[in-house]
Design a protein. Structure first.
Length: 369
């Protein structure tokens, strides 16, 4: 799977942009705050309908405009597909595949699988549970339409139940209706727990070998899923938490409070690992994500590396770069020194300056799409 080209109109700091990518390694370089990450974000939005930053559509559209447009051409198994996306400040986004409008975002997912790796991902081990849940959700929503459906419905019901919990302060007679929301929460939440359990099992099959190599044979990494509540006692625990939830005015039980633990041997490296251990584990996690996408989709994802290399030491840089040989990769960085020093093969180079992208003179392009 590759992305052949990207066109932007009034997207963040780009008035107009048209890029053709190589099927190998593409480098976007330039100073900070020039718009490099915006290009990666646009590719991610076109593939998943959401920004990796969690930005809303109105924040993505150029400040002086009312709507933005993204067009991508992707190729999968020799078949080219055009994806058009209209982002509007005041309305929901419009999406078309080969000129045919689609009604549900789920119809787009799976057409183009992407893995986004940013410096923030290196902190996923030491950050709070919300960041780890977000990682799992971002990947599963791309790989499993059923999970996306269950998660969207679960989140809607949590929000509606929380609103009811606040209303009960003024209208206590509504308490009986809590049971209706609770049964729906258990229905959707149990399916989320079940799929997250399988996802962690699938990751563990991959991450063990990757981490052992990355740590020079010194460490064995295991991910442990820590659900807030087990499927068997979910309904009972939710029922017995009703009074506590009414006082707190929020739902205190369910998969929206799950966490994922990372063990090296018997040590929980979230709490007791060194920064080096945590970063190596985060890199292992991302490389496992790439391999899992390959296994499930029987295809290679597109890898988006946002200024990650500058955050890694030479050994980790080399391991990462050597691991992505068969994957179309789009990398942002401030300079080309890391690649020159590592004698890494670059297929196409773009220079980004204040929302304008150029191909520097003297760069050699290989393997053009």
């Amino acid at each position: 799977m590759i992305i052949k080209s990207l066109e932007l109109q009034d997207y963040r700091n780009y008035d107009s942009l048209n890029l053709t990518f190589d099927k190998g390694t593409n480098i976007l370089y330039g100073d900070n705050a020039q718009g490099k990450t915006n290009i990666l974000e646009a590719i991610y939005v076109a593939a998943t309908t959401k920004s990796h930053k969690g930005s809303k559509d109105k924040d993505i559209v150029n400040f002086n405009k009312e709507e933005a447009h993204i067009r991508t051409y992707v190729e999968k198994e020799g078949i080219e597909t055009r994806v058009d996306m209209h982002l509007r400040k005041s309305k929901s986004k419009g999406i078309a595949i080969d000129g045919q409008k689609i009604k549900k975002a789920a119809d787009l997912l799976g057409l183009c699988n992407v893995v986004f790796f940013s410096p923030e991902d290196l902190s996923i081990i030491k950050e709070g549970p919300a960041e780890r849940r977000r990682f799992v959700d971002m990947e599963l929503c791309q790989l499993d339409n059923f999970y996306l459906y269950n998660l969207n419905n679960y989140n809607k019901i949590v929000n509606q139940r929380n609103k009811l919990l606040k209303d009960l302060f003024f209208q206590p007679e509504l308490k009986e209706t809590l049971n209706i929301w609770d049964s729906q929460l258990v229905s959707f939440g149990s399916k989320i727990i079940e799929r997250r359990t399988l996802f962690v099992e699938q990751l563990n099959e991959i991450i063990y070998d990757i981490h052992k190599k990355l740590s020079g044979g010194k460490e064995e990494l295991k991910i442990v899923y820590e659900p807030d509540v087990g499927m068997e006692e979910y309904e009972k625990k939710l029922f017995y938490s009703q009074d506590k939830d009414i006082k707190a005015k929020m739902t205190t039980v369910g998969p929206h409070r799950d966490d994922f633990c990372f063990y090296v041997g018997d040590v929980d490296i979230r709490k007791f690992g060194s920064q080096g251990q945590q970063r190596t584990a985060a890199l292992s996690l991302k490389l496992s994500e790439i391999e899992l996408v390959k296994r499930i989709t029987k295809d290679t994802p597109i890898l988006l590396l946002d200024d990650v290399l500058s955050e890694l030491d030479n050994n980790r840089q080399n391991y990462l770069l050597n691991s992505i040989g068969d994957i179309q990769t789009i990398i942002t960085c401030t300079g080309l020194e890391e690649f020159v020093n590592n004698r890494f093969e670059i297929d196409r180079v773009f220079k980004v300056t204040d929302g304008v992208v150029t191909i520097p003179e003297g760069t050699i392009e290989r393997n053009q799409v």
